[in-house]
Ligand binder design. Structure first.
Ligand code: PMP
Length: 286
């Protein structure tokens, strides 16, 4: 089956989808997006993803092009039209096509694009071994809570980890942990799960919420607070979370082992809980 995408009202093969070069997404990176994982063709936490999309649209002062019920219908249709059982569904909205001017154009319809990629979660081997991460100063802007398509900062930072052969980059701002280039970061010290609170410096991850819910349900003590760079560097465990990586242990940081260099006991407990939770949700949806 060919890859099918949705663009401004129609489904079509990916190779037929075209947007004008004056789209503000291309010219200014003026738009927002969402990524929704779908397991066995069931979107995971769709209402939460749509609520975050709404907050992103509000933050950039863009009228929602579609109501949640319409997004929901389109997400299901897109999943049906694509081949993979597990998919990563991308929703992308830009401020539309207009003569180049920083100021917002008037009366211009937004560009609405959706695509689906096969969802590739970490291999069993990676889950059991854990991944490498490097650190970097977080030099992005001050609205990292908004899921904007202008991802140049994230791309530059992510590439550093690729160049170093690592899975992710763990970022600090003013001596405190923010997040990864495309994930949220957690630390465990003395059996306590430390998570940076949601604020303008981090994306409010949908998986971050799931991890905290599962930690609470499994009686893991949680501290939602600023986490210092020293606490991260001396952590017993480090994890990352995202819609595609789910929850993954970080077992080396800048080439040094995290804790004993293996995925820790709290990680294993939450990873198992995550897999169980996923199965339960999918059974209910089926
Ligand atoms: N932070 C950043 C910068 C991200 O790009 C992502 C992934 N989209 C996340 C955190 C994790 O968010 P989620 O769990 O919703 O995928």
């Amino acid at each position: 089956m060919n890859e099918i995408v949705y663009l401004n009202g129609d489904f079509m093969p990916l190779e037929n989808a075209r947007i004008p070069v004056l789209d503000r997404g291309f010219i200014f990176g003026d738009g927002v997006y969402e990524v929704i994982p779908a397991y066995s063709r069931h979107p995971f936490r769709l209402p939460e993803h749509l609520a975050r999309l709404q907050r992103s649209l509000d933050a950039i002062r863009l009228e929602p092009p579609l109501a949640d019920a319409e997004w929901t219908r389109l997400v299901h249709q897109l999943i049906e039209r694509n081949a993979a059982e597990d998919q990563a569904v991308y929703l992308q909205v830009t401020r539309g096509v207009a003569k180049r001017d920083h100021a917002f154009p008037k009366g211009v319809p937004p560009t609405v694009f959706m695509m689906s990629n096969p969802l590739v979660t970490p291999s069993r081997e990676l889950v059991e071994r854990g991944g490498a991460a490097i650190t970097a100063t977080d030099f992005r802007w001050l609205r990292c809570d908004v899921k904007v398509i202008s991802l140049l900062g994230n791309c530059l930072l992510r590439q550093r980890s690729v160049d170093a052969g690592a899975e992710e980059v763990v970022m600090f701002r003013d001596g405190y942990l923010t997040e990864g280039s495309s994930s949220n970061i957690f630390a465990v010290r003395g059996g306590v799960l430390l998570a940076p609170p949601k604020n303008h410096l981090v994306l409010p991850g949908i998986t971050y919420d799931v991890v905290l819910e599962l930690a609470a349900a499994n009686k893991v003590p949680i501290e939602l607070r600023e986490v210092s760079e020293d606490e991260v560097r001396g952590a017993d465990e480090l994890w990352l979370s995202s819609s595609s990586k789910e929850v993954l242990a970080v077992t080396t940081l800048d080439g040094h082992p995290v804790g004993d260099g293996k995925p820790g006991p709290v990680f294993k407990q939450i990873h198992r809980a995550f897999q169980d939770f996923k199965r339960k949700v999918m059974r209910q949806a089926a």
